[in-house]
Design a protein around this ligand. Structure first.
Ligand code: HEC
Ligand code: HEC
Length: 357
């Protein structure tokens, strides 16, 4: 089943590439026309008050055909996060949910499926031309995990990308996002990591073929305050941007591997062969762009994509986007995440050259 999903994406990408060659890539594949036209189009769409994609006078014929059946998001009630004073409960809620640390840090078989008993024991490989990253064992095993690290060392690794021995890590962990995790939540995350079963499992060291900056972020020396959930937009951003780093994958890179936040959410980052697959995952445009983004989606459709990994047209999304973790996000937090991502103004990013990957 996993393989068929990958097969489908592969066909999609292959089809898209073909179409690109013909200078008209299918919008169903979520890949914008890489020409300047797309930019102009984004501006036009932004100004259009129309909210039903199919109803738009200018709706392209095949857009209208693709209009899906109305969908009602329905799942058993997921209770709110435990209070911040319950460090272990809060830590579990974050790590197993919106943070999805295990999506990279847990062991997987050759088909990319998570292996029971290897939770947080590492070895997922992310290969890019500029690095081969092995997600380390972060269980409390003293020999191969982080059992001997102090809380401060673990915190520095997560916030600043600095290892126990003082050296700087390579990409792709989301230091620039994690630096803003509140001190309470950081303590909760560390408490939870210390509670997972220790697994003795050696993971190779990552290889970085790029020049690393002197530091990823400024040293975090002051306590980071909590954000009150009553401040809906700020807390939604905290969940989706700071902890969930949705915006890391879904924002195109400016130079020097920093996100181009003037086009936040416009996606188009290509992740080569995640989870051992022999082809790549393309991060979607999740801006309010009516056709290339999720501007025409209902809140229920957005929630379905986040927690069930199903796109508006019914396509199953590649699990590189951590929906098996996001399904544990509470109902109220999910509402806030949706509210926040709906603030991304329509924009587009160039589709990468799929052939190179
Ligand atoms: C996108 C994949 C990814 C995600 C998501 C991720 N990590 Fe990592 N993490 C890595 C990689 C890769 C490294 C090693 C980088 C290197 O050594 O250059 C790492 C390193 C670490 C380290 C240092 C361990 C060591 O032995 O050097 C800790 C601690 C850590 N991560 C904790 C976390 C926590 C907690 C979360 C969730 C909040 C998380 N990570 C989310 C990929 C990820
Ligand atoms: C590790 C990278 C990564 C992270 C983190 C991530 N995504 Fe994604 N997301 C992807 C990829 C890749 C796809 C496309 C998968 C596919 O096409 O099979 C995707 C697809 C989507 C889609 C479906 C769009 C469409 O057109 O079908 C939505 C909505 C979405 N992501 C929202 C989110 C939200 C909200 C978060 C944070 C809670 C998030 N993503 C975190 C990589 C990521």
């Amino acid at each position: 089943m996993f393989t068929t999903r990958f097969d489908r994406l592969f066909r999609l990408l292959a089809g898209c590439l073909l179409a690109l060659l013909l200078a008209a890539c299918s919008q169903d594949a979520g890949m914008p026309d890489s020409s300047g036209d797309a930019e102009t189009e984004a501006g036009g769409e932004a100004a259009a008050p129309d909210d039903g994609a199919a109803a738009g006078d200018e709706a392209i014929a095949d857009e209208a055909e693709a209009e899906p059946e109305p969908y009602v998001f329905d799942r058993p009630f997921v209770p709110p996060s435990p209070p911040l004073t319950d460090l272990l409960g809060r830590g579990e809620y974050l790590v197993e949910g919106i943070a999805g640390c295990g999506n990279c840090h847990s062991g997987r078989d050759e088909n990319g499926n998570l292996v029971e008993g290897l939770e947080y024991a590492g070895n997922f490989v992310i290969e890019e031309p500029i690095f081969t990253a092995y997600a380390p064992n972060i269980t409390p095993d003293p020999e191969t995990g982080i059992g001997n690290w102090t809380d401060e060392q673990i915190e520095r690794a997560i916030r600043e990308g600095i290892r126990e021995d003082g050296t700087l890590m390579g990409p792709p962990m989301a230091f620039m996002y994690y630096q803003d995790i509140s001190s309470t939540d950081m303590a909760a995350i560390i408490a939870y990591l210390r509670s997972v079963p220790a697994v003795n499992r050696e993971v190779p060291e990552s290889i970085v073929n790029m020049e690393l900056p002197p530091a990823w972020v400024e040293p975090v020396t002051e306590p980071v305050p909590d954000i009150p959930p009553s401040d809906r937009l700020a807390y939604g951003r905290y969940l989706a941007h700071t902890i969930g780093h949705c915006t890391q994958c879904h924002t195109p890179l400016a130079e020097e591997s920093i996100g181009d936040f003037s086009r936040i959410g416009s996606g188009m980052n290509l992740y080569p062969r995640p989870f051992g697959a022999d082809y790549s995952a393309l991060a979607a445009n999740i801006t309010q762009h009516e056709t290339l983004g999720i501007g025409a989606w209902t809140d229920d459709e957005i929630k379905r994509a986040i927690v069930y990994g199903i796109s508006r047209d019914g396509r199953e999304l590649l699990p590189f986007m951590g929906y098996s973790y996001y399904e544990k996000v509470s109902d109220e937090d999910l509402d806030l995440i949706v509210e926040y991502i709906k603030t991304f103004p329509p924009s587009v990013a160039e589709a990468p050259n799929v052939e190179e990957h």
